[in-house]
Design a binder for this molecule. Structure first.
Ligand code: HEC
Length: 217
């Protein structure tokens, strides 16, 4: 019994470390927390121009009048892009992995390199929060979480940090497609309607064929 428990725990602990965001069951509050985290950690550099009137973004503190603006030639020609549509362009797993992918590299001017986008102009926004990761494997075939190990912990525990980054990624996914939740919502009604229709159709079918089947008996 205890061996079974340990195996189950091992599978669980393996599954919480991954290269895709972990969705909470209560996705709405995760999105709201992500908007807040984005306002704190990302909005100093990245604008969210299509979220100017979005209630979730506004209440998270992403105020349009505080949006950063950069000229084309700032940041060595790679200014922080607007992130309103980033997960539509590159996928939520990409964004999540990019954010989780900083490791110490003294040869890089900022002191950090990124496993997903080597040479990125974006300084590690999480150094104090996450602590320092180091690259322990250089085989490009291995998955992200196997190649990076936490050298020393930051202000957040690994799980807290993962939750924090997940919420940002899930908020950005929401921003790229805010009507997704509504579509999911009406999906239940569509399936309910189809279920009722199937019952009516079967009843109708039985009624139509009742006499004909009767003749052949
Ligand atoms: C100090 C400024 C700064 C902060 C803070 C910052 N970024 Fe960036 N970010 C940049 C710059 C500069 C780039 C452009 C990198 C490049 O093209 O080399 C960038 C690029 C990106 C990209 C695009 C990567 C790609 O593939 O094009 C994403 C996604 C991103 N940042 C997400 C975030 C998120 C989420 C946060 C908050 C947790 C954040 N950034 C905080 C400066 C910043």
């Amino acid at each position: 019994m205890s061996r079974f428990l340990i195996a189950a725990l091992a599978i669980f602990s393996w599954s919480v470390v991954s290269d895709a965001p972990q969705y909470l069951f209560d996705k709405e509050s995760q999105i709201a927390a992500g908007a807040q985290a984005f306002a704190q950690t990302c909005y100093s550099c990245h604008s969210m121009k299509y979220m100017r009137t979005d209630a979730v973004s506004l209440s998270g503190g992403i105020q349009p009048d505080q949006a950063p603006q950069w000229t084309e030639d700032s940041w060595n020609g790679h200014p922080p892009p607007d992130l309103s549509l980033i997960t539509a362009a590159k996928g939520v797993d990409y964004v999540y992995s990019y954010l989780m992918g900083y490791y110490v590299d003294e040869t890089h001017p900022s002191g950090f390199e990124n496993i997903v986008m080597p040479g990125t102009q974006m300084p590690n926004p999480f150094a104090a929060m996450q602590g320092e990761q180091e690259l322990v494997l250089t085989d490009p075939e291995v998955r992200l979480f196997q190649a990076l190990k936490l050298k020393n912990r930051g202000a957040k525990s690994p799980q807290e940090f993962e939750d924090y980054v997940s919420s940002i990624a899930v908020y950005l996914e929401y921003a790229s497609d805010p009507s997704q939740a509504y579509r999911e919502h009406i999906g239940y009604y569509v399936l309910g309607f189809l279920a009722v229709m199937i019952v009516i159709m079967i009843a109708l079918d039985l009624a139509y064929w009742k006499d004909i089947h009767g003749d052949h008996q």
